[in-house]
Design a binder for this molecule. Sequence first.
Ligand SMILES: [Zn+2]
Ligand SMILES: [Zn+2]
Length: 321
Amino acid sequence: MKAIVVNGPHSPLELVDRQIPVPLGPEEEVIRVLACGVCHSDLHVADGDFGGPYPVVLGHEVVGEHPELGRVLLYAPWGCGRPECRQCSSGLEMICPNGREAGIVSDGGYSEYMRVPRRDYLIPIGDMDPASAAPLACGGLTAFRAVKRALPHLQGKNSRAIVIGAGGLGQFAIQFLKALTNTELTVVDTSAEKLDAARSLGADLTCGADGLTGKYDAVIDFVGADATMAAAASSIDRQGIIIVVGLWGGRIDFGVGVLPSEAVLTTSIWGSLDELKELLEFAQNHPLQHTVEPIPLDQAQHAHDLLRSGGIKGRAVLVMG
Ligand SMILES: [Zn+2]
Ligand SMILES: [Zn+2]
């Protein structure tokens, strides 16, 4: 079978011919991959930012075919699964300190077949289109968890929320917030084209970071740079929540009197298996608008180059031959 591997930090992606995997234990499953999204995190793995191991097959937004379950979406943030692990035993595998994430630590879906440790990581999706469903596994799920964590702060009358960054994740978040709350939603981006997209998805107001006025109950920052986090800090209300998702590595000052009283700061990481199931149910009742660009598996390097240069609208999704 064909697979795309990263052999080490900053080395080009390599197309290799491998044996089709077989289950190694009674719990394991093998799926035939139908589609696999290309996520910004894949670029970080290829660059060595997450530290290996190598070689590794990339890809954590996977739709596959299982002999009994049919078409399935893969839950990829695999944890250690040990009963003594506090995160795994409470269903928060994506923040397990010894995670075995597919496509990051374990071999993932840039491949014609892949091995999966447990059957319950495979969620049947009926006849959903594989390429359209794949980005739900990371892009969709990450935005869904972040929005769910903002919800308790958006229950009051006249609540106000900000989404910073109207790329793929931000566009999912807009749709979730509009479906799940009555909040007044402002979307911040530097791109006029993305702000147009945000309005068409239901954003009430759009602006640059300098256009924010007054105080807000929740800010979800899909960029996470110094400037966007500073905008979040200066806009948050007392007891509001700032949720940072983006990987830009920004920082802000924190302390009593530095931020409004009892403002909550948190990061938000990917999502749980239960949240992915909930998201799929949500997607069946609220068809989500998002753009996918199918690219053949053996052009994975090209997909990465396009993503790096900003040449992908929506999500690039590798499709198998
Ligand atoms: Zn991802
Ligand atoms: Zn664990």
